[in-house]
Design a protein around this ligand. Sequence first.
Ligand code: G
Ligand code: MN
Length: 543
Amino acid sequence: MKEKVFILLVILLLLLVYHVVRGDTVQAKTVVMDDTIKVGVYEYEPYFMVDSDGNMSGYYCDFMRVLQEQYHFKYEFVIGTIQEGENRLVDGEIDIMLGLPMNAKQKEKLIYSRYRSNKEIFGLFSNHQLNLKNLYSYTDLKVGMVLEDSNSEWVLEFFEANSIQAKIIYGDDYKTLIRLLEDNKIDLMVGNKSIEKKYCLVYEFVGSDVYIAGNKRSQDVLELLDHIIADIGREKDNSLEVLYKQYFGEVSSTLNQHVFMPIVAISWVILVICIFPPIKKRRIKNKIRVRMNKNQYLLQYQPIYELRNNRVVGFEGLLRMRDKKDNLIPPYKFIPEIEKNDMLYEVSLWLIEKAIADYRIINGFSGMHVTGFYLSINLSLKELENDAFIDKAIDLLTQSNLGQDKICLEIIERFKMSDLDNITQNISRLKQAGFKLAIDDFGVEYSNLDIFQKLDVDIIKVDKSFVDGIGKDSIKEEIVIFISKLANIRKRYVVLEGIEEEHQDTKIKELEHDSMYVQGYYYNRPMHLEQIKMLFPKQSSQG
Ligand code: G
Ligand code: MN
């Protein structure tokens, strides 16, 4: 850690020296620019607006004009979303982009001007008279945000810090959010201060600085603009300052950057050491929330069969992710990120909601309404131990009116006996509310037969490692037989999972008893909802 700080300080010192030398030579250096500079902008009042006749106006229009008056160069605007602009910049289709925050996604491929174009004021707006206190009383507060907006992170952080429960609805742009607000589909939206005249400002934020960004090939363009801005800054009646005042009222301290350079540099050290890691975490959290919101996560389902009559009695929902190219990503590639960023809590709630919705769909397919038919999802022990999580899970099920025993929570058996007391109460609350409960991967690690007695669960899922031993390893096979018998006596169901071969199926059929279920690749791989519909068109409904 000490080394890191030392290296940073050296870099800083070099930066400062460079800066001083450069500052002295600004005037001496002249840059000749013949080509038209392509300037990326995005529509955002009052920075850049286009009316229905295609007339452009706003701060950035005037800003570029002021620069051009100082030093003649040719430029044209290329309009798009922030994301499009960033991509165009990386691909070299444009030379610079106005108003890009430092935390742009592809920032390694970009360079930034020394001049910060603005410090942004934005806020939470409503079309009702609301104040901050009102927000706490909402149980179902809906907040609109623009996807990929760097400001969203601050707002999410704000909600989290103030324990305000909010559901985030993402829109593609600010116009969409305003429409949602007008239609009362959202209670609040994140927006620029310019809409303050029309909507009630509930809370004001100061956003991140935005810069003029360039790519590796447009370094000379950025230098030119920096020089022009510095030149204007030296004039007595600084026309950029006048312009800024005209749009934003107060004087932007960012215009006289030279004075602030050491301060800026020191804040960078603080940022790198203390603030970046939490921001990164918040960004990942936000990304995970966007994925939930856009249904980029999904459940694939694997059938669970009742051995006695080959009926499907349920499905285990397995979490998958779809990437931008529509490929399915396996869980080991994305679940660690969810866990590391403490998002399993939210994702697990999302899973419950998803399973409830999917239950209604699958149960609508012919033959899928046998007695006891259920969907199960996996839950970690950490969530089971969390009382707040249990409250929310119960709320979701109760409000859905789905009924008893339709959703099963599979809990991975990784607990020691000492944990049991903590969780027995939560298990009984969940059961009372209508959840089925299963112990997953039973037999591994702290296997303890007392669990049969102590935990009031409905289903025991015997770990695949034992099932693999059927016909191969007599001890493992005996364990499977023993657990199955015990479960039968204790009136629990048993699921033998991970059955892959015919001989296992044959052997299991010899052991079979009334409450034995099976699951595995031998029967089916996990599948999408549509595949379920096609694979089981005529399963007879019994019971
Ligand atoms: O721990 P849990 O039982 O929830 O794990 C389920 C995982 O096992 C899923 O990822 C699922 O795809 C996988 N699975 C299900 N059936 C089989 C099987 O027959 N063989 C193997 N190797 N994996 C299986
Ligand atoms: Mn499972």
